[in-house]
Ligand binder design. Structure first.
Ligand code: TRP
Length: 453
């Protein structure tokens, strides 16, 4: 089996160079490996937690989707979707919420940081904290567990969330798995070789510090203007520079080949002026992202095309999520009532058809039919109509003497019929999904076992 790599990007901002170098570029590279199935998604439900500006959310979804596609994400290869297009995710999130200890969430760093700030301000400790923030790690666990991701590339600040996802997965497996591991335990992948870029002021480039260099937005002009604002020391042209301590060099290195970076470093040490260095940095960054920006601008101008790509991605993702959530619903007991019997029936064990029974009756048209009911009286199948009750009885006799496997014939994805000598003699209860049908068939096999005298 391929390694499933999954990561999400919160849609509350405009991508900057730091996002590109730290997350987007490495993720796209990893998605190109042969043994990897990549799942990249827009965490737009997460965005609602910290952003109450609908226009900002809407714009950010567009920009981030366009950014990933422009940067080379291949939607044929990667499952690329929006969290909010997968209703199974919030459904799973609720199931997980119900097995997550509140105490675990009390310990989440992001929540604790808010509490600490409030305490320092002398206001109520939960001031301004919404339940989305409090339960943030559970929704994130649902994102990851829904697709049974093995590896989750994230920033170091997210490691605790991954630990929590594992905790929650284990708890669910333990409570409901009955020997089956529903969820793979995911691992955080924190790349050491990926650069954290300094921002304009030298602190980590981050939207929250308002010190970012935009990736595509604003065009080359905005890139140039931002680079011009990166702080340097006051050494003039001709004076040797401390390259290792220079933010310009750190950013340059993240874009250049080692030999180019070494040359840039040597020139700085030989006294290249900051103005020239900034120009060189701009040119080098432009070389990589310029062609992407052209694609970006084209994509942004055709949002309907992006929408289509995301819809196709949602379709791919739901082909996995829909049957899986059915299994999980079954596991927690949210089953169709027609199949409520299974757990008990299967516990009856050998010779356990005791109590399963046939019921013969006359239908509205005066024809004769029979049903097979499970131990708990749930219908498993109903026969076709016979004009003669003896005929119906004879068919019932044949069913009793036959092997379940010879009798059951699957029909489509969710149906089944009972056949005797190649003739359909009864129809199974309608099931909502293949998984539900499996559950019914299991009950049926038990009910069809030869009964003890
Ligand atoms: N919490 C992540 C961040 O802020 C975004 C995210 C949401 C995510 N769900 C995820 C990342 C699932 C990885 C996997 O960066």
């Amino acid at each position: 089996m391929n390694t499933r790599v999954l990561t999400g990007i919160t849609t509350s901002g405009t991508p900057h160079l730091g996002n590109y170098v730290g997350a987007i570029r490495p993720a796209i590279l990893s998605s190109q490996r042969d043994n990897v199935d990549a799942f990249f998604f827009l965490a737009d439900y997460h965005a609602l937690i910290k952003c109450e500006d609908p226009e900002r959310i809407a714009r950010s979804r567009l920009e981030i989707a366009a950014t990933w596609l422009a940067a080379g994400l291949d939607p044929e290869r990667v499952t690329f979707y929006r969290q909010s297009d997968i209703p199974e995710i919030p459904e799973l999130s609720w199931m997980l919420t119900c097995v997550t200890a509140k105490g675990l969430m009390n310990r989440a760093h992001a929540y604790k940081a808010s509490v600490d700030q409030n305490t320092a301000k002398g206001v109520d400790e939960d001031d301004g904290v919404n339940m989305g923030l409090f339960s943030y790690p559970i929704l994130m666990a649902a994102d990851i567990l829904m697709f049974n991701a093995h590896d989750v590339p994230v920033g170091r600040d997210q490691t605790q969330h991954l630990e929590m996802a594992r905790d929650i997965a284990q708890r669910f497996n333990h409570l409901y798995g009955r020997g089956r591991e529903f969820f793979v335990l995911p691992a955080a992948v924190i790349a050491d070789d990926v650069a954290t870029l300094p921002g304009l002021d030298g602190r980590k480039m981050s939207k929250s510090y308002n010190n970012t260099v935009p990736l595509f937005e604003g065009g080359h002009k905005a890139l140039k203007a931002a680079v011009a604002r990166i702080v340097t020391d006051s050494r003039g042209p001709g004076e040797p520079k401390d390259a290792e301590a220079s933010h310009l060099y750190m950013i340059f290195r993240a874009f250049a080949q080692p030999a180019e970076a070494a040359a840039f470093r040597a020139e700085l040490m030989a006294g290249m002026g900051w103005g020239d260095a900034k120009q060189r940095l701009c040119d080098r960054v432009e070389l990589e992202i310029g062609p992407m920006r052209d694609r970006y601008e084209d994509l942004i101008a055709h949002p309907a095309h992006i929408e289509e790509v995301l819809q196709a991605g949602a379709h791919k993702a739901r082909a996995i999520a829909t049957p899986f959530i059915q299994e999980l619903r079954n596991a927690v007991g949210l089953r169709t009532l027609a199949c409520t019997t299974t757990a008990k029936v299967s516990k009856v064990g050998k010779g356990g058809a005791k109590g399963a029974r046939y019921v013969s009756f006359r239908d509205e048209d005066g024809q004769f039919r029979f049903r097979l009911l499970s131990v708990e009286g749930e219908e498993l199948f109903c026969s076709i109509a016979y004009a003669d009750p003896k005929q119906a009885g004879a068919v019932m006799g044949r069913i009793k003497q036959s092997d379940a496997d010879a009798l059951i014939q699957l029909e489509g994805e969710t149906g089944f019929v009972i056949t005797v000598a190649g003739q359909v003699v009864a129809r199974g209860v309608p099931c909502a999904s293949p998984t539900e049908r499996d559950v019914c068939l299991e009950a049926l096999r038990v009910a069809l076992q030869p009964q003890e005298a």
